[in-house]
Design a protein around this ligand. Structure first.
Ligand SMILES: Nc1ncnc2c1ncn2[C@@H]1O[C@H](COP(=O)(O)OP(=O)(O)OP(=O)(O)O)[C@@H](O)[C@H]1O
Length: 719
């Protein structure tokens, strides 16, 4: 484009963008005005039908302006443009595409929301299938200023099918320094990503692809798309996004609000069950223990555990009535228990159990001369009976139950024939080693959820006076469990579901979801539709087959749609080529994407005799080489040493430096990455070389590895 033409075109686009911003400002002002008026209406005319109508209208306009203002504030802070595209159609119509739909005073669209069907050609039109578009224009804006334009002409005569949408804008976005949080990509979504984003909502949408192909960001845009196109269904029913860790959730949490969507629940896989159990922190188990706890064999173990009587359970029942002793023997009590548990959950079974006891005692009444009502009343008033039922049929908390596995003999009993003796000991030891007695691991959360499901919810605690000493955690825990166990009967709805449920669930890093975790997720969406995102080549498990089976079971006969992302937008080709050589060795069927960028800088493979010196030098060099974040990925056993080494150096206090394990780095990215002691990363992870692959694919710019001995194993397979 000639300079003068470019200036002219920029001025044309600027004029339209100005119009959009001034229209929005006007809408905000008028909404404020209506709000002020509305406040008066509320004051003067409480309760009338007209007022309610006004109130609703006000609410909608108000919300629109409020949302728009909020979104503008986010965009402003990021210097992101509200309008980013323009389509010139064969019929002469011009459409602008932006992050939000804005209409003029006559209700004519000034900009259409990127999620609207009319915006689809912006992402999908190609010269072969131009979708009635003659020209697609990408506007690059900084805040409300248009600073660049790029055109694709889609007229006849071109036979090129693969078009990168807004290549300049895309490359600018990809080369930008990374901060601590992920950004949205609405201005540069590519065609194959758009297809997955706009896939129908029903059934299962499976999105696969190698590292950096945009699976996470696509899933988030899909959540925004679903809310836009089926607002009622998904806002009412709820949308849940599940990721691998809390750090990851913090990393992605800003994307949806920047797209104008707040109505989405984000939970890490370790926090999914926070709606039914008190979960704090996110400890991880060793790979061996996590694999055990994630296995479906735990279903049978937990079933037995729930049926294990508590130690102080009385074996027989004696009640004295009118001088006679009525007695129920252990075998009679067991029969009653089994019978009740056959049709209710334990925590809902107290009442039916009491009724069954009364029936059994009534049959033994002998010469006692009482009407049935009187008989029941006298028995239930009897202190011995109350003490017995409280102890015999305690209301049981899932956490107390799981904690019983800390006992070696208990674990041996409930795992006999299901786990090997070694595995049983491994499992039991993991509960004995809980650091402060209350911190559960990510894998425990799914077990606790299973237990809540089996036991049923505890009754709502009655209003209690708040203790003056409520700050002491241990005291509260003790108070709750003792009270719950010995509490007199309270109302329980046996059919109530204790879990939050959602209409759509998006699961990221699905290759790492264990069978037990799939069961936990399924409870959150008994009639949900699903988007499942993953890459088996990045799996942390030694054997993904059990997980595959669990997923197949979840899908059942529902419709499944599959999308494959083929381009790596994160890592430069120099970095990805090296990572790919590592993974194909361990996992030949890995789905390797094509890197879209190259920097000309090869990865640096260093060896150091001293860990501290090596790490400090490499981090210092990386901080100088990249503008944004530097991730140091270390094996778990060396994490503390790496943190210590950096603490003593000025580099360690740089906010751009983050130290993580390969597991914690899942889904994240950093401009510069130092992978410390790759051989130990491989050795310490159940995923082996696949975990190293995760670490090596985190950089957006530079990769450095640091070995601590010559001739490291992982480098033997490099070309
Ligand atoms: N169309 C796009 N435009 C701009 N940036 C993009 C686009 N697609 C992906 N990206 C960027 O590429 C990077 C990788 O994306 P993302 O984290 O979603 O990939 P992923 O497939 O989930 O990776 P992994 O499997 O390694 O977790 C992010 O910085 C994302 O913003």
């Amino acid at each position: 484009m000639k300079q003068s033409t470019l200036e002219h075109e920029l001025a044309v686009e600027q004029a339209h963008v100005d119009l959009v911003y001034s229209r929005l400002a006007e809408a905000t002002r008028s909404a404020q005005h209506v709000a002020d008026q509305g406040a008066d209406l509320y004051k003067s005319d409480r309760g009338s039908f007209v007022r309610e109508e006004d109130g609703t209208g006000l609410y909608e306009r108000d919300v629109f302006a409020f949302q728009a203002a909020k979104r503008l504030a986010v965009l402003d802070a990021e210097h992101e443009g509200l309008v980013f595209g323009r389509l010139d159609r064969t019929d002469g119509e011009i459409r602008y595409v932006g992050r939000i739909g804005v209409r003029d005073a006559d209700y004519e669209p000034l900009v259409i929301d990127w999620r609207a069907p009319a915006a689809e050609p912006f992402y999908r039109a190609t010269p072969v299938n131009p979708m009635d578009v003659v020209r697609r224009r990408v506007l690059r804006c900084s805040g409300d200023r248009v600073i660049g334009i790029e055109d694709d002409l889609l007229g006849e005569g071109s036979d090129e099918d693969l078009v990168v949408v807004g290549e300049g804008a895309l490359m600018a976005a990809l080369s930008r320094a990374r901060g601590p949080q992920m950004r949205d990509i609405v201005a540069t979504i590519q065609a194959e990503q758009d297809e997955a984003i706009r896939a129908p909502w029903q059934g299962f949408t499976m999105i696969s692809g190698g590292p950096g192909t945009g699976k996470t960001v696509v899933a988030l845009h899909r959540a925004a798309f679903l809310l836009y196109s089926h607002r009622r269904r998904f806002e009412n029913g709820g949308v849940l996004v599940v990721g691998p860790s809390q750090v990851f959730m913090n990393y992605i949490e800003r994307v949806l609000p920047s797209l104008g969507e707040d109505a989405v629940t984000l939970r890490s896989i370790g926090g999914v069950a926070a709606d039914v159990v008190d979960l704090r922190g996110e400890r991880t188990d060793t790979a061996a223990v996590a694999t055990l706890k994630g296995s479906l064999r735990m279903v049978a173990v937990l079933k037995r555990l729930v049926n294990e009587p508590w130690q102080d359970v009385p074996r027989e029942l004696f009640v004295t009535l009118q001088g006679d002793v009525l007695r129920l023997r252990a075998d009679e009590l067991s029969r009653i228990r089994a019978d009740v548990l056959g049709h209710t959950k334990l925590n809902a079974g107290r009442e039916p159990a009491e009724k069954a006891l009364l029936n059994a005692l009534w049959r033994k009444r002998g010469d006692i001369d009482l009407e049935r009502d009187e008989f029941d009343e006298k028995i239930t008033d009897n202190a011995a009976f109350t003490v017995f039922t409280n102890a015999w049929w305690p209301r049981v908390d899932a956490t107390d139950t799981l904690a019983r596995l800390a006992s070696r003999s208990m674990t041996e009993r409930v795992t006999a024939g299901i786990l090997s003796a070694d595995d049983a000991e491994l499992l039991s030891a993991s509960f004995r080693d809980r650091p402060d007695g209350r911190a559960w691991t990510i894998a425990d959360a799914a077990l606790l959820d299973e237990l809540v499901h089996r036991l049923g919810p505890l009754p709502e605690p009655e209003e209690r006076e708040i203790s003056l000493f409520a700050d002491d955690d241990t005291e509260i825990a003790e108070l709750v469990t003792t009270m719950e166990r010995l509490a007199p009967k309270r109302e329980i709805d046996p059919f109530a579901t204790p879990h939050d449920t959602f209409a759509h669930i998006l699961v990221d890093e699905a290759q790492d979801i264990t069978p037990m975790q799939w069961r936990m997720l399924r409870r959150r969406g008994p009639s949900a539709s699903w988007t499942i995102v993953g890459d088996p080549a990045q799996s942390s498990w030694p054997d993904g087959r059990e997980t595959e089976r669990a997923l197949t079971e979840l899908v059942g006969g529902a419709p499944v749609r599959r999308y494959r992302m083929s381009t790596n937008y994160r890592s430069p080709s120099e970095v990805f080529d090296l990572a790919a050589q590592v993974v194909v060795h361990a996992y030949p069927e890995a789905d390797l994407p094509q890197a879209v960028r190259s920097t000309g800088v090869a990865p640096e493979l260093l060896t150091a005799a001293d860990l501290g010196d090596g790490v400090r030098d490499a981090v210092r060099a990386l901080l100088g080489a990249v503008e944004g974040t530097v991730g140091v990925v270390a094996p778990p056993s060396r994490l503390a040493a790496v943190v210590r080494a950096l603490q003593d150096a000025p580099e360690g206090s740089d906010e751009r430096v983050i130290v993580v394990t390969a597991l914690q780095a899942k889904g994240l990215e950093y401009d510069g990455v130092l992978v410390v002691d790759p051989d130990t990363i491989v050795a310490e992870s159940a995923g082996g070389l696949r975990s190293l692959y995760v670490a090596l694919t985190r950089p957006t710019q530079r990769l450095v590895t640091l070995d601590l001995r010559p001739d490291p194993l992982w480098r033997r397979n490099l070309g």
